[in-house]
Design a protein around this ligand. Structure first.
Ligand SMILES: Cc1cc2nc3c(=O)[nH]c(=O)nc-3n(C[C@H](O)[C@H](O)[C@H](O)COP(=O)(O)OP(=O)(O)OC[C@H]3O[C@@H](n4cnc5c(N)ncnc54)[C@H](O)[C@@H]3O)c2cc1C
Length: 453
């Protein structure tokens, strides 16, 4: 196969660069593709796609590899890595940004801030804009401003026949609908354009309590989260923090409950919104007005390659009846939790603009649930990884009475039937569009949408 691929940057297993080129952000994933391609231009991407198709191989497009977990064996697959295609251009007049496919969030956040603008980035500064945006994308502005995928105005991609296509509301509207939520199933994206927002600062930070306070704090947070105004977006975490230098001194080695997030609006409005949580007297309270770029590191997500093992679920709660779920969370993650391997359980607050249909939106434009639960950690070896994954699954089983049956696929780090990410009508339409755009299934996405027959 590789003789027929002519790109100078094609790396095969016998090449000394292979191990570095195939390395995903998630260090638990040992991906061994037939070859790795490192294109620098859209023309290179088209050449790789055509050559791989001619040679009878599939193409998996990857930026960082944050969601490499679900891909599976890559023996007959060319891994097309976009890491050599980076760059961001902000247009302050139209309040939009254009980024090359391999760009990660931090440089976008910084470039937008120079013009007093903010992007709908997530909690991690080094997650790729492409995978995040094509799969949904929920961050600290999400309950006020919605999913990042709704902010996309155009996507340029190389389709299965090797042509470079621009998909927007007028040109290729079906494709434009499908890539907004349907991820990498429709082609190799070379550039994305999206709206920015005139946000220069937010009232943001974290509240921290000892883990023994979990029941009281979670009970209050759940009621609060269901009723909070759209201006605020938070996350609730029960965590065993490792004793590592990357954490600030008071947090190292501590088992804690953390509520972090951001509120738009004035200091007075934000303080009033947070008052019911502050009443519970957190041991640390860092909420204050911060410049917008500070939100990129608010959550203290690990940067650079990291091993992760996890499980996730979307939850729906009935208002006024949160006591039972508090007991369950306390049992699986509170001070006397059964599992000793699990590093943390996170609940992300949904609702607000995240719950409303977006006019002209794509395959995924809203979340049908109140919370996303995410459990797991950073295993240092395979055995711990398996134990951690099993413990995270146990947590999701315990939370299953509240499971909506839907999943947020960007948070799913193992193979799953991708139908769980969409409502049935959207799923059918995605499969029909896949059958038109890529009938032979050339592209291997992390979460695969099979062509309709
Ligand atoms: C530490 C961490 C923090 C996170 N925080 C958030 C968060 O706050 N909010 C949130 O919504 N999500 C978050 N995520 C999930 C994240 O959105 C997904 O992991 C996402 O898939 C990462 O995109 P990527 O491009 O970096 O990853 P990759 O693994 O490189 O890509 C994932 C998939 O996206 C598709 N893809 C990527 N690039 C292209 C391209 N150029 N063309 C076509 N398809 C492409 C492919 O199908 C690929 O398999 C987080 C994940 C981690 C590990």
């Amino acid at each position: 196969m590789t003789e027929t691929l002519t790109s100078p940057d094609l790396i095969t297993p016998d090449d000394p660069r292979y191990d570095q080129a195939r390395q995903a952000w998630n260090l638990t994933v040992d991906q061994r593709p037939a070859a790795v391609a490192l294109p620098r231009t859209p023309r290179d991407v088209a050449a790789v796609v055509r050559a791989a198709a001619d040679a009878g191989h599939r193409v998996a497009v990857q930026g960082t590899g944050h969601n490499a977990g679900p891909l599976g064996p890559l023996d007959d697959v060319v891994l097309l890595r976009t890491t050599g295609m980076t760059g961001v251009v902000v247009n302050p007049g139209t309040r939009t940004a254009r980024v090359a496919a391999g760009t990660v969030w931090l440089p976008v956040v910084q470039a937008a801030a120079e013009y007093g603008l903010a992007a709908l980035h997530g909690s991690s500064p080094d997650v790729g804009v492409a995978g995040y945006s094509l799969g949904g994308g929920t961050g600290w502005y999400a309950r006020a401003l919605g999913l990042q995928t709704n902010a996309l105005t155009a996507v340029e991609l190389v389709t299965a026949d090797g042509s470079l296509v621009r998909a927007d509301a007028r040109s290729e509207p079906d494709l434009f609908w499908a890539v907004r939520g349907g991820g990498g199933n429709f082609g190799a994206v070379t550039a994305l354009e999206f709206r920015l927002h005139p946000v220069t600062s937010a009232y943001a930070g974290m509240l921290v309590w000892d883990r023994s306070r979990n029941s009281a704090v979670l009970g209050r947070w759940l009621q609060w989260a269901l009723e909070a105004p759209d201006a605020v977006t938070t996350s609730y975490r029960v965590m065993h923090l490792p004793d590592v230098p990357m954490l600030p001194e008071p947090l190292r080695g501590w088992s804690v409950v953390v509520v972090d997030g951001a509120a738009l609006g004035s200091d007075e409005q934000a303080a009033a919104v947070l008052a019911p949580l502050r009443e519970l007297r957190p041991e640390i309270d860092t909420f204050t007005r911060v410049a917008a770029p500070a939100l990129a590191r608010l959550h203290m997500d690990p940067e650079g390659p990291t091993p992760t093992a996890s499980a996730t679920s979307m939850l729906t709660l009935a208002r006024g009846s949160t006591a039972e779920i508090v007991d369950v969370v306390d049992e699986v993650a509170g001070a006397d939790a059964r599992s000793t391997v699990l590093m943390g359980l996170e609940l992300r607050q949904l609702g607000g603009a995240l719950g409303r249909p977006h006019p002209g939106g794509g395959a995924l434009s809203r979340f049908d649930g109140d919370l996303i639960a995410f459990a797991g950690g950073m295993p240092l070896d395979e055995q711990t990884g398996r134990a951690m994954e099993a413990a995270a699954e146990d947590v999701m089983r315990a939370l299953s009475p509240w499971a909506s049956g839907r999943q947020y696929l960007n948070f799913v780090e193992r193979p799953v039937d991708a139908a769980v990410g969409f409502d049935p009508a959207a799923w059918d339409r995605l499969r029909r569009i896949r059958a038109q755009a890529d009938p032979g299934g050339l592209f291997l996405a992390n979460h695969s949408i099979p062509p309709a027959h």
